[in-house]
Design a protein around this ligand. Structure first.
Ligand SMILES: [Zn+2]
Length: 340
């Protein structure tokens, strides 16, 4: 450890103050709890988060209750803005929320109308909060085959104008991504990267499927890459980012405990890893909490934590100005150990 990177005299550096990119956060699972509770009260009910989930299906059932609470565009806008402000308070300089307008369209209008409400709310709040937001417009690969090209066309239409990437998410891995090749092609032709959930429930072959079938440049989760040395080498060589979510993986029983999470092995293999909350509303853990896990449970020092934060800069949606602020902020964090 160099003199420059010694922890500041006042104690460990604040991880909230470390500039971060939050690249794997599903909008509907990331609204601030207080904002959701306010909305539930307006509906004459209440909202609370279960202490744990019996299994992943129980989680999916619970997950759907939040979009159903939202009945107007203004309510959706209010929650989107609240999310951006909450993330800014966690030291997030670039937020890439995974949006699924298809969860709201049945009540609020067309896929494009819902998307526009989300994008304009993000734009307004990002200006106020002083951070960048780029939406990761996401296809649910378990359910959205019929509308996948519609979603990809909307993503392409707003590429660089609020949409930063096309995502795929689904619990069934691998075996079905080939059906989304056309959607991925539409997005890639518009200059958008494809970001795929893989290596969460499925093994290394699910990650290879995302890379080979969809041309994915980032993998949401990806921790099961550690089962294949050959794949680890490929991810490191091609600098494919794995947007890892340790607390979520343990909460859903996909990894037995935080101390056994494979993220340190990914890092040791040279794979770019970012830390993310997945669904902070449901798992009661912010993006900063994931960094606390990396420090407290995995033993990463501040240089390594800064390296994880820096991997977030591989996300292409970040503006040049934010990129510079991000890099400078990390250097400053390491040298000064800002406790603000
Ligand atoms: Zn996810």
């Amino acid at each position: 450890m160099t003199a420059q990177t010694l922890p500041p005299a006042g104690g460990p550096r604040s991880l909230r103050a470390l500039p971060k990119a939050h690249l794997h956060a599903h909008l509907d699972g990331s609204y601030p709890l207080s904002a959701v509770q306010r909305l539930a009260r307006r509906r004459g009910g209440s909202f609370s988060v279960p202490r744990s989930f019996g299994d992943v299906w129980e989680f999916f059932d619970a997950y759907g209750t939040v979009p159903e609470l939202i009945r107007t565009h203004e309510e959706l806008a209010e929650l989107c803005r609240a999310l951006v402000h909450a993330e800014a308070a966690e030291g997030v300089l670039y937020l890439e929320p995974a949006i699924e307008p298809q969860l709201y369209a049945p009540r609020l209008g067309s896929l494009e109308q819902v998307t526009l409400t989300m994008l304009s709310s993000f734009r307004e709040a990002s200006r106020d909060a002083g951070i960048d937001v780029g939406a990761l417009l996401t296809i649910n690969t378990d359910e959205d085959l019929a509308i996948s090209t519609d979603l990809a066309r909307i993503a392409a239409k707003y590429a660089g104008a609020g949409v930063a990437a096309l995502g795929t998410a689904g619990f069934v891995e691998p075996g079905n991504l080939g059906r989304f090749r056309h959607a991925a092609q539409i997005a890639r032709s518009a200059g958008l990267p494809v970001v795929s959930h893989a290596g969460q429930t499925g093994g290394p072959e699910s990650i290879e499927e995302a890379l080979d079938e969809l041309g994915a440049r980032r993998i949401s989760h990806g921790f099961r890459a550690v089962e294949s040395p050959r794949l680890l080498e490929r991810l490191a060589g091609e600098q494919i980012v794995c947007d890892v979510c340790p607390v979520s993986n343990v909460a859903l029983g996909l990894v037995p405990r935080l101390s056994e999470h494979p993220a340190p092995q990914l890092l040791a293999a040279g794979v770019p890893v970012t830390l993310n909350a997945d669904d902070p509303l449901w798992f009661s853990a912010t993006v900063t909490d994931q960094y606390e896990v990396a420090r407290g449970v995995w033993g990463l020092d501040d240089d390594a934590l800064a390296g994880v934060a820096r991997a977030g800069m591989l996300a292409t949606g970040m503006s040049a100005g934010t990129r510079l602020r991000f890099e400078n902020g990390i250097t400053e964090w390491l040298t000064r150990g800002d406790e603000s």
